[in-house]
Write a protein that binds this ligand. Structure first.
Ligand code: SF4
Ligand code: SF4
Length: 98
C-alpha cells in the first residue's frame, strides 16, 4: 500500500469524499467551561459522525478539517455551545456520488 493511501477511509480511497480544508475553523465551541460543568456525556463526541470533537481533559479539540457539514452539531448541542458556519467558498467536503 502506498504511503498516501495509508490511514485513509474507504470513501477517501474511492474518492467519494474529498476535503479541501480551510485554514480557519468554521466550528467553534464557545465555552469549554459549559462542556466541563454542564455536559457530563460530552454529547458532540457521540453524535458527530465524523468524530470531529475530542474532549481533552479541560478543553474540546475540534478537528474541523474532517467535518462532513451535516449540521447536526447546530441542533445536537443541548447548550447551544457550538457556533457553526459553512466553510468559506471552495473549502470543506466534496462529495462525488453522482
Ligand atoms: S455537546 Fe455542547 S456542551 Fe456538550 S460537550 Fe459538546 S459542545 Fe460542549
Ligand atoms: S456538522 Fe456534522 S460532521 Fe461537522 S462537526 Fe457538526 S456534527 Fe460533526
Amino acid at each position: 500500500m502506498s504511503e498516501q493511501a495509508k490511514g485513509k477511509s474507504i470513501e477517501e480511497k474511492q474518492y467519494l469524499l474529498r476535503f479541501n480544508a480551510a485554514t480557519e475553523s468554521h466550528l467553534h465551541v464557545l465555552s469549554a467551561d459549559t462542556c466541563m460543568t454542564k455536559c457530563p456525556d460530552k454529547l458532540c463526541t457521540i453524535f458527530c459522525p465524523a468524530e470531529v470533537y475530542k474532549w481533552e481533559e479541560i478543553r474540546m479539540h475540534v478537528g474541523y478539517e474532517g467535518c462532513h457539514e451535516c449540521g447536526s452539531c447546530r441542533i445536537g448541542c443541548p447548550h447551544e455551545n457550538i457556533k457553526w458556519e459553512y466553510p468559506k467558498g471552495g473549502h470543506g467536503i466534496v462529495f462525488r456520488l453522482g
